[in-house]
Write a protein of this length. Sequence first.
Length: 242
Amino acid sequence: MGTRANVSVNGRHGRVALPRRQNLADGVYDALKEMIMDGVFSEGARINIDEVARQLEVSQSPLREALVRLESEGLVIKQPFRGYSTAPLLGKEEFEDLFEFRFLVEPWAAGRAAAGVTAEGIRLLTEEMESIPSAPVGTTYQDYQRLASHDTRLHDLVQHLGGNAHMRMAFQRTHCHLHIIRLTYRGDMGSAALREHHHVVEAIASGDPDAAAGAMRAHLEESRARLRPLYDHADGEGGGPV
C-alpha cells in the first residue's frame, strides 16, 4: 500500500493507504475494505463509484473489480438500479446462526486433525502461531488486520488438517472471522483469542481428538460470550449491535 491520506465519504472521515500503481487492483481492494471495516462507509451506505475513485486517485475499473471481490465476501451488496452499498453488520439471529454452524463443524475438524496429526501438520500450526506473537492494541483495521488474517488462516488450517474438503469450502464461504471482527475489536479480545488458539494447537499436536475438539469448542464458546453483550440492547429481530 502507498501513502496514507485523509478520505471523506458522505460526511464520514478516515485515513487510508492510497493504492500504489503496481498491484493496483489489490491496493484498491485493500483500501476499500479498510474504509468499510473502519466505518468510513456506514452500514447500508451507497458506494458512489465516481466519488471513491476520486478519493483513491484511481480509475473506475480497479474499483469495480474490488467491489466484485468484496461482494463475494459479503461486505457489499449489489442491487439493481442502485449499484453497490455496504452490507449491514451481523444481526443477532445471524450471529447466533453463524456460531451454531461453527459449533457443528469446527470441533469435529479439530478432532479429526488431532487423530491424523503429522509432524508437517504440527509444523504448520506452530509457524502460524509464531506469525503473530501478541495481539494488537489499536482499534482500526490497519491495527488489527494482521490478527484478523491470522484468525482466518489458523481456523482454515484446522479445517485443512481435518481432511474434509467440502466442509472446508462451506466454512470458507461464511467469511466468519471477517464479519465477526467487523462487529468490534479490543486488544483484550485479541489477547484472549490468541491464548485460546495456543490451547487448540497444543491439543491437536498432542494427538488427542477429544482434547482438540474440546479446546476448539471452548474457544468458540468464549468468542461468542465476548461478543454477545453487543446485542444486549438490539431488538433481536435482525438488528445489528448498538
